[in-house]
Design a protein around this ligand. Sequence first.
Ligand code: HEM
Length: 536
Amino acid sequence: MAILEVLAQLNLTSWLVLIPALAIAAHVVHWLLDPHGIRSYPGPLLARFSDAWLGYVAAQGHRSEVVHDLHKKHGTFVRLAPNHVSISDPDALQVVYGHGTGTLKSDFYDAFVSIQRGLFNTRSRPEHARKRKIVSHIFSQKSVLEFEPHVRLYVNQLIRQWDRLYEAGAKGLSGDDGESGWTGRNGRVWLDCLPWYNYLAFDIIGDLAFGAPFGMLLAARDAAPVAVNHEQAMASYGKEKSEVQYIPAVQVINDRGMYSASLGVLAPWMRPIVKLFPWFRQGQQAVKLLAGIAVAAVSQRLTTPTDRVDLLGKLQGGRDDDGNLMGKEELTAEALTQLIAGSDTTSNSSCAITYYLAKYPDVQRKLQQELDEVLGYDDEPVSTYDQVKKLTYLPAVIDEALRVHSTSGVGLPRVVPEGGMTVCGRTFPEGTILSVPTYTIHRDEEVWGKDVEVFRPERWFSQDKNEVQKTFNPFSFGPRSCVGRNLASMELLIIISSILRRYDFVLEEPDKPFDTMEGFLRKPVECLVGIKRRSL
Ligand code: HEM
């Protein structure tokens, strides 16, 4: 009571001194108590006391590289936050992420929730198991093959667009299609291929998850329909399309990824405070807008039922063990999950693969030779999955780019279960957060050789298969691994084989490093290439 009376008499200046002092004291006390017994692990000084260090690093957009440098300096175990240890040993992957280990996703994933929890950010084991059971059969290889025509349709649209730009570019013309336009010079069209891959991936997943493409490829711009006020729209499924506006979905997904990946590493009590800052407020807005895309699209689908074969249709028909269908809100949340998980993952990976092929012309030629031999001189510009699924150099190229680039590069945080767990000889008590950084694991010299930074698909033919299998981690392992992996692999095989068979790529600035910006995913900032039609 006496304390409350004293506090009530404090003026503003006193509060401004007291709050930071209390926050610092709380951090120091936490460090002294060391509830998880991880004080001895090395790492940045500030990271021992506060989550703010990791929050700051995440917001700068180069977390994977920073953590990688820390592992090079300190070794296998690095403390990234008061209660978070990063472990850069491939053996840790199965223990931290594998089936039956009892680990759960940490509260990092709470920062990704909108509408309601979807498959990706559900942390409760039974609730996740229920959702996963419904969703996983939708992504079985057999089911995914039914989506192939949708994938091929949009790859064809991309090719039509690039053919058009190339023909005009070869005449020396320029234009403004795509985010930063295109220019014709020296018999090539020069453009940033990243936005085009984004249009492609968003149209594919828009078509599959929402029943209609966003139309980005045809419009050559980043625009997706969104319900203006999604809460209102939620309550009024079935309203006319006039309630819908267009927003730059790719940009919004980028903003949302940066926001959630930075907010998620902060302690829950810090989150409401940082949300007062303008950068975080913009991120919050992105989360709302993104939800609005799903609400608008699912609302549209529910008012105009169809028997087309797509993800949304399969989700609508999916039943849990009790035979229950998903409600509207859950359906919307799952469709949104698929939009987020299945769009920029594929586009950023396609962009990175194209970058490395343009940077390494010998690899590009070798791939084109394999494609020419198998696909011949077929007039049809888009490969079928059947034609390319048994190729050998193509998957080596794709896997090598996924290794070097590491679209999902950060260590995905998991909580040590009751009873604690031992990882690589060290025991961690219940509640400790552990992660294994994919970017660093993909650079383990003992597994991949000394030339880890070099893009060399040939390594995939000489590696120890077992080592590779347990170290290559683009889709993660265990019960929370990528449920869309079959779809992603099919998309990448069709996209890369079709595009590389038709065009030759060179980098506009071959010596410029590949600039990336990482939120939850490691995304290229741009990829400026000169494109020429190959003579087949
Ligand atoms: C190259 C493309 C892709 C990559 C590199 C990738 C990577 C990943 C990774 C690393 C995870 C684990 C995330 C975590 O534990 O926090 C994941 C989960 C997930 N992915 Fe993918 N993904 C890709 C494409 C797709 C596609 C096309 C879809 C579906 C349309 C998809 C749907 C999902 C979903 C729903 C989850 C959450 C699964 C769960 O928690 O049970 N992904 N993905």
